[in-house]
Design a protein around this ligand. Structure first.
Ligand code: PGA
Length: 260
């Protein structure tokens, strides 16, 4: 795992966007896994800027979002459908039919979840999965004790996640209790993982995910099992990492590895 510590949110977002744009330069028809939440907003803004000002082309990209609240229609301002269109999709040139977001209003959740998994496979799998992290250590809505082999399914949100997300709703009671989410197993099958975290509220979860044991209590720790995972954090989110000098040395000095 590579850990990249940037001074602030803006620099972290730009560095993470650079990874996405490198993937797209190498593979213009890449399949991208998208995340919602406040953290990836800066990354999306930078991708929009690269698209508008530096000709980053997304016309052959396919996307799969990680999760969606159950019960919110696509036009609900707090639905992840709405979020993605407002903050990203309407500003870039990804064809609408290439955009996949779990349905929060399907009549048959098990069938939909299975279809979503099959659709990912049909599209060749996810090349790069963008991830945030919850203060309870979740990735997507894989709350503590989620199986590390889980697939797309319904999940009950933890009290901590409901508290964290209540800021976006008028009342805490309005936060949906269920979500449909890709599983940890689904996420680990992506060819590359890019996790972004910012702010001091994320420092304990980041330390546990990066340096703690792999445990379903902190589902983000499962990224330790992945061969190509990069964690981008700002100074505040990095505050509880014990190996930060080592991460900085690797990233900044880029010591040349022996050739044979
Ligand atoms: P946030 O959410 O970026 O809004 O903090 C992250 C997450 O819950 O995955």
């Amino acid at each position: 795992m590579e850990v990249v510590i940037k001074q602030d949110y803006e620099q972290m977002s730009k560095a993470a966007a650079e990874i996405v744009s490198e993937v797209l330069n190498t593979k213009p028809n890449a399949v991208l896994g998208m995340a919602t939440g406040s953290t990836p907003l800066g990354l999306y803004q930078e991708l929009v800027r690269l698209h508008k000002e530096e000709e980053l082309d997304l016309s052959r990209v396919t996307t799969f979002n990680l999760d969606e609240y159950v019960g919110l229609p696509v036009n609900h301002p707090q639905s992840y459908h709405y979020f993605m269109h407002e903050h990203f999709f309407k500003h870039v040139n990804i064809p609408l039919h290439n955009i996949n977001i779990p349905s929060g209003t399907t009549s048959n959740y098990p069938a939909f979840c299975q279809w979503y998994e099959e659709r990912i496979t049909e599209c060749g799998g996810i090349d790069l999965q963008i991830l945030g992290i919850g203060s309870d250590g979740h990735i997507a809505f894989n709350e503590p004790t989620s199986s590390l082999s889980s697939r797309t399914r319904l999940k009950t949100l933890s009290e901590q996640t409901i508290d964290d997300n209540a800021r976006f709703f008028e009342r805490r009671e309005d936060v949906p209790v269920y979500a449909i989410t890709m599983g940890v197993g689904t996420i680990l099958e992506s060819r590359k993982l890019l996790l972004v975290a910012s702010g001091k509220s994320k420092a304990p979860a980041i330390a546990q995910a990066v340096e703690g044991p792999v445990t379903s209590m902190i589902t983000a720790s499962a990224i330790q099992l992945h061969r190509d995972a990069t964690v981008f954090v700002d100074e505040e989110a990095a505050a509880e990492l014990t190996m930060r000098d080592y991460y900085d040395f690797i990233y900044n000095a880029k010591p040349a590895a022996p050739k044979s």
